[in-house]
Ligand binder design. Sequence first.
Ligand code: SAM
Length: 283
Amino acid sequence: MTVGESSAPRREFELGDREFRYLASFLTRETGIVVTDHKRQMVSGRLVKRLRALGMRSFTEYCDLIEGPDGHAEIENLVNALTTNITQFFREPHHFEHLRTRVLIPRAGEMPRRSRLRIWSAGCSSGQEPYTIAMIVAETLRPIEGWDALILATDIDTNMLARGAAGQYSAEEGATIPETYRKRYVRRVHGDHDRVQMSDDLRRLIRFRRLNLHEPWPMKGLFDVVFCRNVAIYFDKPTQHRLFNRYADVLVPGGMLYLGHAESLIGLTDRFEMSDKTVYRRK
Ligand SMILES: C[S@@+](CC[C@H](N)C(=O)[O-])C[C@H]1O[C@@H](n2cnc3c(N)ncnc32)[C@H](O)[C@@H]1O
């Protein structure tokens, strides 16, 4: 049988065992993200676009590129392709009610003595989470100009960060923003009724930066609040353990850590106590 000939129809690109294992362990080493065997189809589907863009004929060729001297240029695309970025404005709304009533309103009572507020949205994806935080902050701490308030929004995926920094979304994505906030902080994009734009007031509060949670963190000061929701779920237990202890290191005593609905600190660190469902207070 000659190359390309086969009795059964073959898919255009086949992700073999060896290549899958290589790419999966490369991703884990680089980002902490674990991809188990049942995700092979997903990995293959997402990377096929890269193979086509690079004019490659096989995953072996792609692995050779990553492994080779020019691999660094492709790593960003590889990581961007393999992250899962699902997010939404006002996702898990009880967290924002907790932020408003248990963190921000008490802090407003301490003004003007304590005007510095630092919040980190770690694994912010395309920005819906930090914009939601910004809406709650701007609305609760009015007038926000009197505060030294900043929201650091970080992710490993540069495509998502570009979307966040632009602050433009489809009208459908914007539809989960409650009307009171939408009226004040969101406007239609001129000439495109299917798109909405986050206000400059919100954008001024947020700094979008690329940061790999798996690497050293450059930030100096402490945070009052960290949101890390639906991120650690992709990591293994030892990586989660390290990550949650690092959050304890960068939070002020009494600072809050918000996790996703399927995540928990139980058995992973004793440096937090529970404040509410999936909300933890740094001891
Ligand atoms: C499912 S999204 C969660 C978005 C948002 N926090 C939420 O709950 O709606 C997970 C995000 O974590 C990011 N991520 C995964 N591994 C990361 C790492 N090692 N460093 C930084 N971000 C990472 C992904 O790029 C993705 O955007």
